[in-house]
Structures are given as structure tokens and as C-alpha cells.
Design a protein around this ligand. Structure first.
Ligand code: ROI
Length: 166
């Protein structure tokens, strides 16, 4: 496989979310055939979707990899499982979410994996950290800042607070 630039979204709202996300960034740096090239700041955000849950910590990482999209997805899902196993008392679906957002300029539409991530254009918690580390990226020929402005107009509740650098 040739070297591909990918972007991965991280999210957690259970079991010390800041530590979950920080640790996951360290773990991404150890993935085979891959190199972590950038990590955004951490962002605190109100939950999008069901509101009756804690606030989230989100971040985005840039990873260069020779793994295929599905091999990378396998690695991300294995990391998610590791984080869930450590939290047997606080079982919850969001101890750690790792979303494959972008894989080079590929468009992938299979039952297991859709890239670009189908919801990323409507989620400030993905777009803001992505714009921090990759400001010139466009999605569907539209700059990230335009997608973010659209969210601010249509869904102003999606405010983010930028925390420390990861
Ligand atoms: N909301 C925020 N703010 N951050 C997330 O990572 C996140 N992840 C999810 C849902 C439940 C859609 N909401 C979220 O899966």
C-alpha cells in the first residue's frame, strides 16, 4: 500500500474523557505502518443528539498510514474495545469513539465503512478540530469554514470550548 493521509475523529464522554482521548492519541501513534502527524487541541462540546448524557471531549488526529481503509478501521475498532474493557463499572457506548473521517481523497461507500464520514459536515465537534490541523481541506468542494458557518446559522447550540493542546 502507498502512504495515505487520513483523519480520525476522537470522542469520549465517560470515564475521564480527557484522559481517554489523550491516551487514544498516544495509541494512534503506535499503530502499525502508520505515523501520527498532527493532533488538534481537545474540545469540550455539548452532546449532539440525545441531550441526557455528559458533555463530550473531542479531537481530530492526522495519521499517515499504509494500512488499507478496512485494516485501519479494524485497528480503530480494536482500540475502542480496549477502552471499553477497562470500564466495566461504567459501561457506556461512548467511552471512546474513533471515527475514520477521511482517507486521502477516497470515497468509500460500503456497509461497513463510509468515507468521508457521512455526518461530518453537520458536526462542529468534528469540523472545528479538523480545521485547526487541516485548514485548507475542502469537503464536497466547500471549505471547512463554510460548513462551520452553516452550522452556526442552522444549529447555534453546537458551541465548542477549546481546551488544552492534546
Ligand atoms: N456529540 C458530541 N458533542 N461529540 C461526540 O463525539 C458525539 N458523538 C456521538 C453523538 C451521540 C452523535 N453525539 C456527540 O456519537
Amino acid at each position: 500500500m502507498s502512504l495515505k493521509l487520513t483523519y480520525i475523529g476522537l470522542g469520549s464522554n465517560l470515564a475521564y474523557p480527557i484522559e481517554q482521548v489523550r491516551q487514544a492519541l498516544d495509541e494512534l501513534a503506535t499503530l502499525p505502518l502508520s505515523r501520527l502527524v498532527a493532533a488538534s487541541s481537545l474540545y469540550a462540546s455539548r452532546p449532539v443528539g440525545p441531550q441526557d448524557q455528559p458533555d463530550f471531549i473531542n479531537a481530530v488526529a492526522a495519521l499517515e498510514t499504509r494500512l488499507s481503509p478496512l485494516a485501519l478501521l479494524d485497528q480503530l475498532q480494536a482500540l475502542e474495545q480496549q477502552h471499553r474493557r477497562r470500564r466495566q463499572h461504567h459501561w457506556g457506548p461512548r467511552t471512546l469513539d474513533l471515527d475514520l473521517l477521511l482517507y486521502a481523497n477516497d470515497h468509500i461507500d460500503t456497509p461497513r465503512l463510509r468515507v468521508p464520514h457521512p455526518h461530518m459536515t453537520t458536526r462542529a465537534f468534528v469540523l472545528a478540530p479538523l480545521a485547526e490541523i487541516a485548514p485548507s481541506i475542502q469537503l464536497y468542494q466547500t471549505p471547512l469554514t463554510c460548513w462551520l458557518e452553516r452550522i452556526e446559522q442552522q444549529d447555534p447550540g453546537q458551541s465548542l470550548e477549546r481546551l488544552a493542546k492534546a
